[in-house]
Write a protein that binds this ligand. Sequence first.
Ligand code: KG4
Ligand code: ZN
Length: 334
Amino acid sequence: MTKPFCTIGIESSCDETAVALLHGERELVANVIYSQAEMHARYGGVVPEVASRDHLRKLPYLVRDAITEAKIDMCDISLVAATYGPGLVGPLLVGLSYGKGMAFGLNVPFIGVNHLEGHIFAQRLCDTEITPPFMALIVSGGHTSLVDVASYGEYHLVGMTVDDAAGEALDKVGKMLGIGYPAGAEIDRLASQGDPTAMNFPRPMSGSPGFDFSFAGLKTAVLYHLRKHPREKREDVAASFLASVVSVLTKKSIDATRRYHRKNLVVVGGVAANAHLRERMQVDGREKGITVIFPEIEYCTDNAAMIAAAGAYHHLVLHEAHPLSLGPQPSLSL
Ligand code: KG4
Ligand code: ZN
């Protein structure tokens, strides 16, 4: 029996060290993640040097665990895929160098993966029905971008944040509310117990033409409100702030999907795990005849399964590979 084509995916662009093994284009056989979040929590955000050192410490063990989980041998690996950008240069360098070394040692091809494209491939791992063309909203701690996906590998940037990413704003408001880093999931939980109409925070760029976002002003509005009303109920602040974020993300994304004559909207990245966003997008999408699709929650936040899936597609379908001279690209765009 011929052995399946096996891709190892390596992700280390920020504070998750992750390794996955994929058979063919979509059959996930191992998926291991180690989050450094707790380690960075005391600093209120990711400390790049600390992150790099920890990736270096953990990565070999995660590779070993993934191989054990998949019940394969190292020499069964046919392709190495590692994130080469965007992200923090030190953390990127660790996963990328490890991946290139592994490809060299095993004498197999290597492919560098754009982390943002990886997020889009999280959808492909979870859903067989939805294929391009579609509109994608990538909404995470580092990015808030609307991308028209004509086909996998063919992307057109429709709009992006002009300042903070949505996840970054969530994390900063979380800090104001005394929530540890990262705050998105806790704001999600608090908001479920609060009144979203308690405060009328701005809906930035909602009425402006085009598909760009801005969250810095909204974050400042929350800061000023809390200075004036320090005893405000945290649940209400979280619910009202989240209502603004969700409203802007939903309106712009659905408008862009219609403007580009797409029927499907795919929402990916860490903030796509948000229960309020998932619900509002589905409801408003249905009203406008648009199907809104989210990956399962575990594939919204950073993982290596999506990196392996993007790498396998580029190699097996688009017949691409990268030379081992490929370096990290912290500001890589789609
Ligand atoms: O995609 P991701 O894991 O890393 C980046 O590429 O940035 O996204 C992390 C972001 C953080 O800002 C975190 O607070 C946010 O995703 N996040 C959430 C939720 N879970 C994670 N935001 C809102 N609701 C959630 N349930
Ligand atoms: Zn990410």
